[in-house]
Write a protein of this length. Sequence first.
Length: 146
Amino acid sequence: MFDIVGKLRTFAEAAPREWLFVYGNDQYANADEILQDIPAEKLVLVADLNVSPVYGQEGGVNDVVFTGGIMLGQKRETETESSLDETMIQKYERRLRDLSETLFIGMGDFACANGFTISQINGRYDINKFDENLDFVAATITFTTQ
């Protein structure tokens, strides 16, 4: 019921391109060695979630609500690499459009496969992130156990 981090990691590792998984806030993610020398076309899933158990009248935990940030990013695809020289529309066309679809459909698949509902998701583009200069689709998300 509480192991959403383990489930996200398993989901990421089972993705068709085996996403790299990083857990923690921006400082932890930036320091994670997994972000150094990212292989071409690899996707990176970063999660930082808070947990709120929902107690029933009898004192037991009825549901668990996880709220926080989730990001899917990429350093390079087959033809280009994320750089400070790209315009926003170039980033969108090269990486962000596909990352958006992959993240939002992927989170729906994840929720369905693991018994969660998504009550809210609000995305944005977060470019040139971390020392490795990745482009991300970042979202705040709320998962609730069923």
